[in-house]
Design a protein around this ligand. Structure first.
Ligand SMILES: [Zn+2]
Ligand SMILES: [Zn+2]
Length: 554
């Protein structure tokens, strides 16, 4: 609507209706018209749009707008940093209607010359276009999980007597999946292969395929699919080989041979047997990255990795006090019903006005509600927390006496993300050195496949956390998974604990915990080093002890 200069009142009425509908609890498609019309901002035209959506998956206004918009413009609108107004200017002044044309105009310097753009904006657009292009065909683990499991089931039903395994990135639980890769053990690859080629849901690239491998992609999704065939007898070693990273395969097991060379001998019939034949402790699939796991396995030092059921509570969550979708009570009861012992609520702090950050008055109100809920829900416990913005100078977002009223504080950067490594690192370290910081939230602010985080000196940050007994969050939101798992082992070596935090903004958000566990395991995380594997009593004591220390210092 903004792109096509619709009336600004009309735009605003759609915006506020959308916000109200998204905040609601129920699926709008199942609500009756009288229920819908009770929702704030839902007037006649929105009702009509929803009525049409139910019947046709679209509505008149949307159809009209899309008909007026060149297809490529919709892609340009996805480029970060380009709002509808800027896209409209580019379209009108330079005739840009595709990302390709936009790149050309940037490279020839035309975009910088438009009023309101400039050199800096042009460079940002180029960087974002490159980032988007480099991510084409890549998927978040969580977004593609179901598709890959569906493909496995499909292959299993197509090849009834064959063994089918998911291998590759997905089998190693990588945070980003480049392709869905499968290994099928069969005596008759030709018949499965021809069944797959006849299947309309794939588009096979026959030039890149052969009798032992089919390469192609899904028709409906931009996802590469690779299918390898092997004989029954080779299934075990090939599965190990196709699952491991190249670095793992190249690692020497002893003076003479690498993992790959050991695998090719095939002198074993199960995965555990491969490791025991080579005098290695069993290495779980997610650790087969070539990050030192072979050396650990030789010394029997692969730890028992964290499991979902080790987690006893959920920290870092939002409620309707700030920008969450569900009330404190709903968040607490749902957490309890899932079997957890405690909830750590940490709504946004006052500077985050765009997310309904809490002023001091609201904090008091929330604390009173927590006290009464704690009486009612005992032995379940709610801990009083806040997600304090780390201000541009590294300070936290309240006076010390307010900070002292919380059980725990997650300190996170949400604004002024455009920093160099020096500035970002010192900003974070100032926050880490603040005695009220309990947990460092999403350390780099990255959104996988969407935006790179600000650059930080990971070692310096982790060392500072070790020195100040600050826990680092593994933000379990599939877009974040931040701290990156590649830094988990360094943190553990320095004695830094981690916390698997879903950053839930609604009850369903708790389900993301599993993705945090997956990447924690990739980094070698154990139950002993996970903050929220502590019981309610243990973590209560932990928080009290920390606060006690600050008071003694004063
Ligand atoms: Zn945050
Ligand atoms: Zn948060």
């Amino acid at each position: 609507m903004e792109l096509h200069d619709e009336n600004s009142f009309k735009i605003r009425s759609y915006q506020s209706a959308l916000i109200a509908l998204e905040r609601g609890d129920q699926d709008i498609m199942t609500l009756s018209e009288s229920e819908l019309s009770k929702i704030n901002g839902v007037g006649k035209s929105i009702l009509e749009a929803i009525r049409q959506l139910k019947e046709t998956d679209s509505f008149t206004l949307l159809d009209e707008l899309i008909a007026k918009t060149p297809e490529g413009i919709l892609e340009v609108l996805q480029i970060k940093g380009l709002g509808p107004k800027k896209v409209k200017t580019l379209w009108e002044e330079l005739g840009i209607t595709s990302t390709h044309e936009l790149m050309e105009a940037c490279q020839s310097g035309k975009v910088a010359k438009i009023k309101g753009f400039g050199e800096k904006t042009q460079n940002t657009i180029i960087a974002n276009l490159e980032f988007t292009a480099s991510n084409a065909g890549k998927w978040l683990f969580a977004d593609i999980e179901e598709t890959i499991e569906g493909l496995q089931a499909k292959f299993e039903s197509l090849a009834k007597d064959a063994e089918v395994a998911v291998v590759g990135d997905f089998a190693r639980k990588m945070e980003i999946i480049h392709q869905a890769e499968f290994l099928i053990a069969t005596d008759n690859p030709a018949s499965i292969s021809s069944a797959l080629t006849a299947d309309g849901s794939f588009e096979w690239n026959l030039a890149q395929s052969g009798p032992k491998t089919l390469r192609g992609q899904l028709q409906e999704l931009d996802l590469q699919v690779w299918v390898h065939f092997c004989e029954q007898a080779d299934f075990c070693w090939k599965k190990l080989a196709f699952t491991a990273s190249a670095l793992h395969l190249q690692t020497k097991v002893d003076e003479k041979e690498t993992v790959a060379q050991k695998l090719r001998k095939g002198n074993f019939s199960t995965e555990p047997e491969f490791f025991s034949v080579n005098e290695l402790q069993f290495i779980p699939a997610e650790l087969r990255e070539g990050f030192g796991e072979i050396a650990l396995a030789k010394e029997n030092k692969i730890p028992e990795l964290l499991k979902d059921e080790d987690l006893k509570g959920i920290l870092h969550n939002h409620s309707t006090y700030s920008d969450g979708k569900h009330s404190l009570r709903q968040m607490a009861e749902h957490c309890r019903d899932l079997g957890y012992e405690y909830l750590g609520i940490s709504d946004h702090s006052q500077t985050a006005f765009y997310a309904g950050g809490l002023d001091v008055e609201k904090i008091q109100k929330q604390h009173e509600e927590i006290d009464s809920l704690n009486k009612e829900l005992a032995p379940f416990r709610i801990f009083k927390g806040i997600e304090s913005d780390i201000l541009s100078d590294g300070k936290l977002d309240y006076e010390n006496e307010v900070l002292a009223s919380f059980d725990f504080i997650v300190s996170s950067v949400h604004s002024i993300l455009n920093m160099d490594v020096k500035r970002a690192t010192s900003r974070l370290i100032t926050a880490i050195e603040n005695p009220y910081t309990t947990i460092l939230g999403h350390p780099t602010g990255r959104l996988l496949l969407r935006r790179q985080g600000y650059p930080i000196d990971h070692k310096a940050i982790i060392d500072a956390c070790a020195a100040n007994h600050v826990v680092i969050e593994i933000n379990a939101n599939p877009w974040r998974l931040d701290l990156d798992w590649r830094w988990v082992s360094y943190a553990l070596e320095q004695g830094v604990m981690l916390s698997i935090n879903p950053d839930a903004h609604e009850m369903d958000g708790y389900a993301d915990m599993k993705y945090g566990v997956l990447v924690g395991r990739k980094g070698g995380l154990t139950k002993e080093m996970t903050l929220n594997a502590l019981s309610a009593d243990e973590i209560g004591n932990y928080f009290d002890k920390r606060l006690g220390k600050i008071k003694v210092k004063k």
